[in-house]
Ligand binder design. Structure first.
Ligand code: ADP
Ligand code: MG
Length: 471
């Protein structure tokens, strides 16, 4: 995908001795939001310049830091997650807010710590998504500093050389990179590199503003779909805090400083030349990347396979330096890059069909297992119901049997009572009138016959019932 380098301008708030009256730059309001107006202190004329994005300052430093990340930098993390190489570099004179923009402070974190934090937040999201597609992340980082045309590995052993690969891309030979698993680990390496820069800065006066710092995060994502389809995306994010761009002739430096300044000048003017050539409608065949270590290392980020953003930082009170930065930034707007999606499928067509086939078989097996399981479950349910039914019947019949037995015992007792009564009557009726006695006896006989019949019936039913429940 061919697209231009995005150029954003950030206007720093007036600091220290800079009075509000001496401010010469102003970012356009709402409808003219992406313009900056520059006024020369001795002239009435106001020059207006347009960029892809312009940001000014407010009373809330924290909110400004958040906004520049969200409105500008976040996009480059998202492009990287899509598989594009990305690069954000801060350009501007010393004190214009490059480090504030890229690194910031613990209180007001800049683009790099925010991007590190969001990268891991996104990784969490991807890993905890729907469980359908799993994404495995490998994140590595490295940190170099270019000082006096030498590449210094800030996390490794020291000086390194820049080499060209067969595909004509460049790399830093022997550079140590580290795999990181948490945001804390990534921040640790960033802070470690910064500390080494600071140590250098105290040994060699103000090295940190005189060296270029490149923090790289390499992301490798392996995605596996439920059908076993695997794809890989690779991308690299380069986050760069360039050395101060103040012109050497303006600062009256001598000796070591002059050499230092000349080196910075060399790499920044080489960067300017490269940008200028790349911005031409008809690009020259040979771009002078080799003219400085900086442009050589950043070959891919400038006019190559990368989505690149330049943040031009300007101080609000310095007309000459601000104009110089704006000229540089205006040129950069015309540079066209050709970012490519660095992703490829790991499995080829045949493997994929095979993977789908075995996936289908697996599914069918699971399905038949489920069917069998269902049959067994049905049977079990039936058996359970039959058992319940039988238990209820046995229970009921046992209750019936117990009732019959109870009644039988009661009837037997009644019969015994009747027999005793009969015996008593026979014994005590010698002198009673026969006709009356006969009637009485007849009634008694009938009654006892009835009772006897009932007893017989109950008895045989009870026997039958007990026999059934024992079967
Ligand atoms: N937008 C801003 N808001 C508040 N303070 C800022 C802003 N930009 C820069 N500063 C402050 O200005 C000073 C110089 O900024 P710095 O980022 O170190 O400049 P550079 O890296 O370009 O030399 C620092 O103290 C920084 O905190
Ligand atoms: Mg700085």
């Amino acid at each position: 995908m061919s697209d231009n380098i995005k150029v954003a301008l950030r206007l720093r708030r007036p600091l220290g001795l800079e009075s509000v009256d001496s401010v010469i730059a102003r970012v356009g309001t709402e409808e003219k939001g992406n313009t900056i107006d520059i006024r020369h202190s001795k002239k009435v004329e106001v020059k207006s310049f347009q960029f892809d994005h312009c940001s000014t300052y407010s009373e809330d430093v924290g909110r400004d830091q958040k906004e520049i990340y969200e409105q500008l930098a976040r996009e480059y993390l998202l492009h990287a997650l899509d598989g594009y190489n990305t690069c954000i570099f801060a350009y501007g004179q010393t004190g214009s807010g490059k480090s504030h923009t890229m690194s910031g402070s613990a209180e007001y974190p800049g683009i790099i710590p925010r991007l590190c934090q969001e990268l891991f937040a996104v990784r969490e999201l991807y890993q905890a998504s729907d469980g359908q597609t799993s994404t495995h992340f490998r994140i590595r980082c490295s940190y170099v500093e270019i000082y006096k045309e030498t590449v210094q590995d800030l996390l490794g052993k020291g000086k390194c050389r820049v080499r060209e690969k067969a595909d004509r891309t460049t790399y830093v030979e022997g550079l140590q990179d580290f795999e990181v698993f948490t945001e804390q680990e990534l921040s640790h390496y960033f802070n470690l590199g910064n500390m080494r820069r600071v140590i250098g800065a105290t040994q060699v006066n103000e090295q940190s503003s005189r060296s270029h710092a490149i923090f790289s995060i390499d992301i490798e994502q392996q995605e596996t779909s439920p059908l076993g389809h695997t794809s890989k995306r690779k991308s690299s994010i380069k986050l760069i805090d360039l050395a101060g761009s103040e012109r050497v002739q303006a600062s009256k430096t001598t000796g070591e400083h002059l050499k230092e300044g000349a080196n910075i000048n060399r790499s920044l003017s080489a960067l300017g030349r490269v940008i200028s050539m790349l911005s031409k409608v008809k690009k020259p065949i040979s771009i002078p990347y080799r003219d400085s270590v900086l442009t050589w290392v950043l070959k891919e980020s400038l006019g190559g396979n990368s989505k690149t953003c330049m943040i031009a930082c300007v101080s609000p009170c310095d007309y000459e330096e601000t104009m110089s930065t704006i000229r540089y930034a205006t040129l950069a707007r015309n540079v066209r890059n050709s970012a490519m999606l660095n992703s490829h499928e790991i499995s080829n067509g045949k493997e994929q069909v095979q993977a789908m086939r075995s996936q289908l078989e697996e599914l069918q097996k699971t399905l038949s297992r489920v069917e069998n399981q269902r049959e067994v479950e049905d049977q079990m349910e039936k058996i359970k119901l039959t058992n319940q039914f039988l238990e209820a019947r046995i229970d009921e019949e046992q209750k019936l049997a117990a009732n019959y037995y109870h009644e039988w015992v009661e009837m037997s007792a009644q019969r015994d009572g009747l027999m005793q009564l009969l015996g008593g009557i026979v014994r005590s009726t010698q002198d009673v009138q026969y006709s009356q006695l006969r009637t009485l006896l007849k009634q008694l006989k009938d009654h006892s016959w009835e009772v006897g019949q009932k007893i017989e019936l109950y008895h045989s039913e009870a026997t039958e019932c007990i026999k059934r429940s024992q079967e």
